[in-house]
Design a protein around this ligand. Structure first.
Ligand code: ATP
Ligand code: MG
Ligand code: FE
Length: 342
């Protein structure tokens, strides 16, 4: 029987349904970006309230999509036909998480189904199974999202050795802040990435922080400051800023460091597989660079589907299905946990 999963950790209300054999039957995402964009970032209270408003509609849409995928009569899959209900427990905005967790509990309780709590960060990792079902530890995993930047040695499923994290901004956060400084809008990642297509990555020499072998920590705030200073300096000199060159050079500085640290971690651990996840993993330049450079060194590189990098419930459903197969259910007294880590 299929597992239904709910994701509401930030500003996407998402519901997915995955069949017993791992086939994705439904994948619905309702994004609130338009409601937050005018504020230049996610406003937590607005996020919670929007989740409350739309969650029933998104669940219904997923049940209908699954019925269609299964060729069922009657328009929608019945909750009675589910094996379990999965939900993101954390990390994320507490008010946003609470909406998903409370809804999932009520929904599972009413249908008489077990509840399965999922770590959002594990979701970003497991999104790789959507493209590569035979991905197998040990491997190196890079998580680059709006709230996290982590280099992880996955020794076995569930056995995570975090090699390094960011000391300040997350990579996605740096993209968002640079775009904001340029008045380009929110979220910044997709905007910068589009601009960078027509830019020269060598045009501006931005700093690469903590770029020493054996150091797996990241720091993005120096780069962010360097970009701000560059903008200020060009404005003062009355020179127009060439946005594509700036975007491409910024990306190059971020991704160079990501590549080198991932490569060093692969060499040090001897792992032969690499994968990536989180919203920034949707970036085509990052994806292409990792595939191109690491494949040449005999590493198998996996990337999630592009639409399963930013927040979605398909990745939560993949984790929930794995937990269901292992009989790892959650108590109905669990609470949202905004500070969960890997
Ligand atoms: P976390 O997963 O750490 O809790 P989050 O869920 O808010 O944080 P994600 O949805 O995983 O973050 O990722 C959102 C981030 O991804 C944003 O910062 C956004 O700018 C960035 N992003 C999205 N698309 C791209 C892209 N093409 N290039 C670079 N960054 C991108
Ligand atoms: Mg989001
Ligand atoms: Fe996320």
């Amino acid at each position: 029987k299929p597992v239904l999963a709910i994701e509401s950790s930030c500003d996407e209300t998402a519901v997915a349904i995955i069949d017993a054999d791992g086939t994705l039957l439904a994948n619905q995402v309702s994004t609130q970006i338009d409601f937050h964009a005018r504020f230049g970032g996610v406003v937590p209270e607005i996020a919670s309230r929007k989740h409350v408003e739309v969650i029933v509609g998104v669940v219904d849409a997923a049940l209908e999509e699954a019925a269609e995928a299964l060729g069922l009569e009657g328009g929608a899959l019945s909750p009675k036909e589910l094996a379990a209900v999965g939900v993101t427990q954390g990390p994320g905005l507490v008010g946003a998480l609470v909406v998903g967790v409370a809804f999932a509990k009520g929904f599972a309780y009413a249908a008489g189904k077990p509840l399965i709590c999922v770590n959002h960060l594990e979701g970003h990792l497991y999104a790789n199974l959507l493209t590569t079902p035979d991905l197998k530890p040990p491997f190196i995993f890079t998580l680059v999202s709006g709230g996290h930047t982590m280099l992880v040695h996955v020794r076995a499923w569930g056995d995570y050795e975090v090699l390094g994290e960011t000391l300040d901004d997350a990579v996605g956060e740096a993209f968002d802040k640079v775009a904001k400084a340029l008045g380009l809008g929110y979220p910044g990642g997709p905007i910068i990435s589009r601009l960078a297509e027509d830019g020269n990555p060598k045009a501006i020499d931005f700093p690469r922080a903590l770029n020493r072998k054996g150091d797996y920590r990241f720091s993005l705030s120096g780069l962010k400051t360097a970009v701000m200073l560059y903008i200020e300096q060009e404005n003062k000199a009355g020179r127009p800023i060439h946005l594509p060159d700036l975007a491409a050079s910024f990306e190059a500085a971020v991704f160079d460091v990501q590549y080198k640290k991932a490569r060093n971690a692969l060499r040090e651990t001897g792992a032969k597989e690499y994968c990536i996840g989180g919203g920034v993993a949707a970036n085509p330049h990052l994806r292409d660079m990792m595939v191109r450079k690491l494949s040449r060194q005999g590493i198998r590189v996996t990337v999630p589907p592009q639409n399963a990098c930013t927040d979605n419930a398909a990745m939560i459903a993949v984790v929930a299905r794995e937990k269901f197969l292992k009989g790892e259910f959650s108590d109905f007294s669990i609470d949202a946990d905004p500070n969960m880590t890997l």
